[in-house]
Design a protein around this ligand. Structure first.
Ligand code: EPZ
Length: 436
């Protein structure tokens, strides 16, 4: 498939599309299947590249996996589980961070696990430091070998009491996947409680786990000796839904998103309405539309759940370039998530970035020289440009900008968008976009 797309913009996106299961849940649920001694069945699985990556990793470990793309089902049988080589894991995983999440389940089932050295960031301190700290605390021994990290658990894994310094999604998942079969009780304070994590907890409970979640972000897990497989339907991808909603707003369109679930995106819906977008929650989905008139500027900051998701930020910023006045967006989850605005400015937007925490709260990036606050002044007409997409969400945001812009844009590097957006080219065509 071509890695670039030509978009003739300026047309409202109108029509209906479907969104299936959440990328950021499905990959973790597939990892959870490793814990079950009987087969698991995952449903509502989207056809995205990340599912292919995790499927490859599980097969490498001996999992008998069948993926029916059309039906959206993945069945996984772990009867013949075996260890894999770091070099093969690295070849399958690419830059994915999923291998780190395999560690707990593999230590329980096989007594060993390997994290390949994927270069630069993976073995660097920051991106997986929370994960390694947790695994070591459970009793894992981590040894550096030539091609990565080799983990063993000579004395088994034992329940821990742990407080996260930041409610990291991945670290919370790491702890859950390890604690469910660790000996004794585990208590996690300051846990992330994203809907995708709640769905993972539901899945683990079906498998035999005993997990309770308190309202104060505390999760308690009572370890069990054995777990079975599950049959579970993934929750909808609320990031993809919000991306299409933002596309409807930016292009003055009207999109019915089948599969969208109100309950997991209340915070987004509030902001969408404050900006001037409208939506109707209907049977089986949500219709998002621009009701006419001006869009309104807003001030918002990204946050962990139940705050405004960092992954919603990039698509919405494109719509904010069409709002009247000054909008302020303070990014508090990732320190460098505004790189995509450079291309927006080249298309005519006026987005200024600041090191300071703008808004009513300071965050951990405040004194560290990261341009993590944006001021967007609008409305500014956008015109087509040649763009190279930087990352998954930034890339989809560039597509939205190109669709909203007058004239033609050539967007290249779009393969990265397949990591998290199922059949986005076909969906664009279904919505009346003029693309080549
Ligand atoms: C998950 O990433 C998602 N990815 C991200 O979605 C999402 O943006 C993020 O959660 C926040 O919601 C997947 O689920 C595959 P974190 P994760 O650990 O788990 C720092 C997308 O586009 N941190 O909550 O990796 C980290 O640098 C992706 O779909 C450490 O310092 O995110 C960040 O600043 C992008 N050390 C913060 O915590 C660690 O060991 C939150 O990251 C781990 C994280």
């Amino acid at each position: 498939m071509s890695d670039s797309i030509r978009i003739h913009g300026g047309k409202p996106l109108e029509g209906e599309i479907s969104v299936r299961g959440a990328k950021n849940f499905v990959s973790k649920a597939m990892v959870a299947a490793l814990l079950g001694s009987t087969p698991s069945m995952l449903r509502n699985v989207p056809d995205i590249r990340d599912v292919g990556v995790v499927s490859g990793l599980l097969r490498l470990h001996g999992v008998d996996l069948e993926y029916d793309v059309e039906a959206g089902t993945v069945s996984m049988d772990t009867t013949s589980l075996n260890p894999a080589e770091a070099i093969d894991i690295a070849a399958h995983a690419g830059s994915s961070r999923i291998p780190i999440l395999l560690c707990g389940p593999l230590l329980h089932r096989l007594g060993e696990a390997v994290i390949p050295d994927l270069g630069g960031c993976l073995i660097g301190d920051r991106p997986i430091d929370f994960h390694l700290e947790i695994l070591k605390k459970f009793g894992a021994t981590v040894e550096e070998s030539g091609d990565g990290l080799h983990l063993t658990a000579p004395h088994g894994l034992k329940g821990i009491r742990h407080e996260l310094s930041y409610p990291s999604v991945g670290a919370t998942e790491q702890l859950l996947l390890t604690a469910v079969m660790a000996e004794g009780i585990t208590l996690l304070e300051n846990a992330a409680v994203e809907p995708e994590i709640k769905d993972l907890i539901d899945t683990l409970q079906k498998m035999g786990a005993i997990i309770s979640v308190d309202t104060d972000r505390t999760i308690q897990i009572e370890g069990v000796k054995e777990m079975r497989g599950y049959d579970h339907t993934a929750l909808c991808d609320r990031i993809e839904v919000a991306s299409w909603a933002s596309a409807a707003l930016a292009t003055k369109g009207n999109i019915l998103v089948h599969g969208a679930q109100q309950r997991s995106m209340g915070t987004f819906l509030n902001v969408f309405r404050k900006v001037g977008g409208e939506f109707d929650v209907v049977e089986g989905g949500i219709r998002f539309y621009h009701p006419g008139g001006e869009l309104h500027s807003i001030a918002l900051q990204t946050d962990v759940h139940p705050g405004f998701m960092t992954d919603w930020q990039q698509p919405l910023v494109v719509a904010l370039t069409q709002a009247t006045g000054l909008s302020i967006v303070h990014e508090t989850v990732y320190e460098q998530r505004f790189g995509f605005t450079k291309a927006l400015n080249a298309m005519g937007a006026q987005v200024q970035l600041f090191n300071e925490c703008l808004g009513d709260r300071t965050c951990r990036f405040g004194q560290r020289n990261f341009k993590h606050s944006a001021v967007i002044s609008g409305p500014t007409p956008l015109t087509g440009a040649d763009i190279v997409v930087p990352d998954l969400r930034g890339g989809f945001s560039h597509l939205i900008a190109a669709l909203a812009a007058t004239g033609t844009s050539n967007v290249s590097g779009i393969g990265i968008i397949d990591r998290g957006y199922e059949n986005f080219r076909a969906k664009l065509v279904a919505l009346g976009a003029s693309i080549e």
